[in-house]
Design a protein around this ligand. Structure first.
Ligand SMILES: [Zn+2]
Length: 468
């Protein structure tokens, strides 16, 4: 006999309770038909809208992304929303509710994908928001919303085509530099040119006008697949996000003396490959156990140490050597370092410690080392009040998610960037993560259980009902 998924039991309990509270059988079915069956069908329908026949690919302003925008716009209208496409290709659906002058709640995620993508990344946040609003419309409650609600399907989060993430959400948040319009893709088409090919006339002036007035916005809420294994490990469908990690990218170059693999004695070598290997292992140790390496006096508070212990991740993802031949001691080795943590001061302390130790190791090995800082982004903390409303909505929607009283809803750090990161420059943000199979994303193997799609939709519905 197949085991009953944990959430199904929770939902069953909820629905039994709901019926006991006077909810009709009809309403129960309505919710599951829209929040589960239709939402899942739409995820797979959108997942078929691709520029490639073999795999899912939708990049900024590609033919498929324009078709996807039209499909989403239809679903927005089906949910009772007024729709439009802005000059960065973002698709908007809005209902003014009772008070059009009130600050608006913004919700959404991105409609673009990576190459050979899964169907849930981005799409889940758009479709669950629209499903929840559609249920409100059917219940006749859309006009009772105390503030306007707007769903935005952002045109670019992955940055595949122009190597420049958040084109859509950064424009709305007012943090997209106007020079971005002249960035070009591999075939020489600029961001501005790609929009013009789709009859969208964007200029520097109207890019600046896309920025929302912060006074007109209440907050931004995004549902997204977790893209990690934590929720699956604890056996729960939903988790709150406490923030999005800050990130630093470094490029480390180690220079030694190039030579013949057969003739240079070991003791006379200045080998940058062995040096780079030692540095990479040092980075791993440092990030595994920062508390054994860092002295926190003056550099980093005790709270940062605690925060680092739970969120710090470091990766060497790319390495290149010159001249890269099996019978040559390399002259130079270059590798990248990606460091992410919730605590910005803690991340700085790690970089400081790593850089110091790099120079000690390189001196000892008589090789030259250079560290270049290529990219920095500060961490974004989710808003406590908005998150607490989201948490209450989850509990109200699916009940206590565990029988174990000690096991509260998980609060996770996002190691990946999201549109919420750009939107945090405009307004307070909150995020809900949804369990995905084996933590896999950016792959056709990406998978979310139908019941978990339902749970996310129920949570958003409950959250919206709290605005009625
Ligand atoms: Zn995403």
């Amino acid at each position: 006999m197949p085991s009953i998924p944990h959430l199904s039991v929770s939902l069953l309990l909820l629905l039994v309770t709901a019926c006991a509270n006077g909810f009709s059988e009809e309403k129960k079915l309505l919710h599951s038909e829209i929040l589960k069956d239709e939402a899942v069908a739409r995820l797979f329908e959108l997942g078929k809208v691709s520029d490639s026949e073999e795999f899912l690919e939708r990049t900024f302003q590609s033919a498929a992304s324009v078709r996807a925008g039209s499909l989403i716009r239809r679903w927005m209208e089906d949910a009772g929303l007024q729709t439009w496409v802005d000059q960065m290709g973002n698709v908007h659906g809005r209902h003014e509710g009772l008070n059009p002058r009130e600050k608006a709640l913004l919700m959404g995620s991105h409609l673009d994908t990576v190459i050979d993508a899964g169907v849930f990344d981005g799409a889940l946040g758009i479709i669950t928001a629209l499903s929840a609003l559609k249920v409100l419309k059917i219940k006749g409650m859309l006009g009772n919303l105390k503030r306007p609600v707007e769903v935005i399907a952002f045109s670019d989060e992955e940055g595949v085509r122009f190597q420049s993430t958040f084109l859509g959400s950064a424009a709305i948040a007012g943090v997209l530099p106007v020079s971005t319009l002249q960035v070009h893709d591999k075939s020489g088409v600029t961001v501005q040119g790609s929009l013009r090919m789709n009859s969208i006339d964007i200029s520097e002036e109207n890019l600046l006008q896309l920025k929302y007035d912060p006074e007109s916005v209440y907050g931004y809420v995004e549902v997204h697949i977790e893209q990690g294994p934590v929720l699956e490990n604890v056996g729960l469908p939903l988790g709150l996000v406490k923030g999005i990690a800050g990130q630093t990218r470094l490029k480390v170059t180690v220079k030694g003396t190039q030579g013949h693999a057969g003739t240079v004695p070991m003791k006379m070598r200045r080998d940058p490959m062995a040096g780079a290997a030692e540095l990479i292992v040092l980075l791993e140790s440092l990030c595994n156990q920062p508390e054994s390496f860092l002295s926190y006096d003056g550099q980093c508070a005790a709270s940062a140490a605690q925060s680092l212990a739970g969120s710090l991740v470091c990766t060497v993802g790319e390495i290149s050597t010159w001249p890269s031949a099996s019978n040559v001691i390399p002259g130079q080795v270059t590798f990248t370092v990606d460091i992410r943590a919730m605590d910005d001061l803690g991340r700085e302390a790690i970089i400081y410690e790593f850089s110091n130790r790099i120079h000690q190791i390189c001196d000892k090995r008589s090789v030259l080392c250079f560290v270049e800082r290529k990219h920095d982004a500060d961490a974004v903390a989710c808003d406590a009040e908005l998150s607490s409303k989201l948490r209450s909505a989850v509990y109200a929607a699916v009940g206590p998610l565990s029988d174990d009283e000690l096991l509260d809803m998980p609060v996770l750090m996002s190691g990946a960037g999201h549109d919420a990161m750009a939107m945090s420059h405009l307004t307070k943000v909150a995020m809900l993560f949804v369990r995905c199979r084996s933590g896999i994303s950016h792959s056709p193997a990406e998978h979310v259980l139908n019941d978990d799609v339902w749970a996310a939709g129920m949570a958003l519905l409950e959250f919206l009902e709290s605005l009625v």
